[in-house]
Ligand binder design. Structure first.
Ligand code: DNO
Length: 347
């Protein structure tokens, strides 16, 4: 296992030097944040980013993410050109030796929460999700009421997109994902890049949009779409955890043993009611995810890929990008490294 940390590039308040000082963190997870969705990731720009990471004494382990254009998810005619460009970006990152690509196939919205700074009894703040609160948000006036998405779409663009998805039910989304993977996975395989889909977060439909990467059977179905090792998973405990049928350690065992988990996202969540949760500190005792059992499953499977602490709370007065401050994630990395050492030495 290689412990990594997400870094948002030059605009991130958390610096590469900060990350380098977290014991046991050696790898960086990053992206080109200024390339418009659908455009090719230029080799020179990826190479510059890699050089910056390496000059800080770290390695560029994972691209998270190259976003997938909505026209690909919707199966529109423009998808062929967009998929070609996607393949070119995959080839470019592979040429530079960056081995893993985390991406997602969630329509319109990536991860979604109803509160980005919920105050906990210890006065830290965390991200929370409450399904009833989400259902009350009226999107007809745009995304302004949706935490984290205030300026993502103009009301007209959003309405057009939501209307387009009325024609795309779950099965069509599966078909469109299959179409995408059938074309991208061979290029990834050829370029020594491992594709690692991120599960839908939260793992159920929101705003009537289809969401399909949610539970064990759907992960298996994804792997079967193109049965090749380059078609794999980002196993995110915080995204899969809220779905009660998901037995996370069993799933890790099943998919990691077959070499299909290419990236481990570890986050704890505390279920507060059905379809309601708070993001919790990483250790098992604070949430509904048994992190010890999850790591034990990785270790038994001989997992050698990148792992990262996922979202952290805001603690010690830190302000910054919700979920992506330095302190609580650094504690998470140290906890995960500690569990790993204990498991390794007692195993
Ligand atoms: C949330 C992240 C996701 C993830 C994308 C991958 O914090 O885990 O936004 O990066 O879904 O495409």
């Amino acid at each position: 296992m290689k412990m990594t940390f997400r870094w948002y590039g030059a605009d991130d308040a958390v610096t590469l030097e900060n990350i380098r000082q977290i014991p046991g963190v050696t790898g960086i997870v990053s992206a080109l944040y200024n390339v418009p969705v659908g455009e090719v990731w230029d080799t020179q720009k990826i190479s510059d980013l890699r050089a910056e990471i390496e000059s800080a004494g770290l390695t560029f382990e994972v691209v998270e993410s190259i976003p997938v254009h909505e026209d690909i998810k919707l199966g529109r005619p423009a998808r062929d050109g967009l998929i070609e460009k996607y393949c070119q970006s995959v080839q470019n990152m592979g040429d530079l030796g960056i081995p893993v690509l985390c991406y997602n196939f969630m329509p319109v919205f990536d991860w979604t929460r109803t509160d980005l700074a919920y105050r906990l009894p210890d006065r830290s703040t965390t991200l929370t999700y409450n399904h009833d609160d989400l259902s009350r948000i009226d999107l007809s006036r745009g995304t302004g009421e949706l935490p984290g998405w205030a300026t993502a779409y103009t009301p007209d663009a959003l309405n057009a997109l939501l209307a387009a998805y009325e024609e795309v039910a779950e099965e069509e989304l599966w078909e469109n994902l299959g179409y995408f993977l059938e074309r991208v996975v061979p290029v990834a395989a050829e370029s020594n890049v491992l594709m690692a889909i991120h599960p839908d977060d939260p793992p159920w439909s929101i705003f009537g949009l289809p969401r399909i990467i949610t539970h064990e059977a759907s992960l298996q179905r994804l792997l079967d779409l193109v049965d090749h090792p380059a078609n794999g998973l980002t196993f995110c405990t915080g995204s899969l955890g809220p779905e009660p049928s998901n037995n996370l350690p069993d799933m890790v065992r099943r998919f990691a043993v077959r070499g299909r988990i290419h990236f481990a996202h570890n986050r704890n969540i505390r279920m507060t009611a059905e379809r309601c949760f708070q993001e919790a500190p990483h250790p098992s005792q604070f949430g509904s995810v048994d992190m010890f059992e999850v790591l034990k499953a990785y270790q038994e499977a001989g997992f050698r890929g990148p792992m990262r602490p996922d979202h952290g709370r805001m603690i010690w007065g830190e302000t910054g990008r919700p979920g992506y401050g330095l302190y609580d994630r650094a504690l998470g990395a140290t906890y995960l490294n500690g569990l790993w050492e204990a498991l390794q030495r007692s195993g």
